[in-house]
Design a protein around this ligand. Structure first.
Ligand code: THU
Length: 133
């Protein structure tokens, strides 16, 4: 699937965003190894710290359906700037999708950037570290 196509799906997911506090709506679309797409949006809470980001919603949705192999995640918001995944989401994506996951970012100007998750979370703490003790 082309980056642009996956970003379109992230835009669709953004419509489901529940963000009455920040008014910052985020959508994510996660592509599995077999070509299925899972959606995520940020879901906020009056107790602010309970908010969950779009990226984690997407990956948790997918894992709940038994998915374990992922190729790419596309992330978008209404901002002119690219919305990069927060640190917590990077760590969760590393755990469940691996460092080779392609991270596709799209801004409101229609520009696209692409990274490997390993670039966004270098020198990480990961499950391998737990096997070294
Ligand atoms: N947010 C995401 O959903 N994903 C990101 O990559 C960055 C931040 C959400 C969390 C919160 O609901 C709002 O954006 C503002 O931080």
């Amino acid at each position: 699937m082309k980056n642009k196509e996956l970003l379109e799906k992230a835009k669709e997911a953004k419509k489901k965003s529940y963000a009455p506090y920040s008014n910052f709506h985020v959508g994510a679309a996660l592509l599995t190894g077999e070509g299925k797409v899972y959606f995520g949006s940020n879901i906020e809470n009056a107790s602010y710290s309970l908010t969950i980001c779009a990226e984690r919603t997407a990956v948790f949705n997918a894992v709940l359906e038994g998915e374990r192999k992922f190729k790419a995640i596309a992330i978008t918001s209404d901002s002119k700037d690219f919305t990069a995944p927060c640190g917590a989401c990077r760590q969760v994506l590393l755990e469940l999708c691996g460092e080779d996951l392609k991270v596709i970012l799209g801004n409101s100007e229609g520009e696209i950037r692409e990274f490997k998750l390993a670039e966004l979370l270098p020198f990480s703490f990961n499950k391998k570290a737990l096997n070294e003790v």
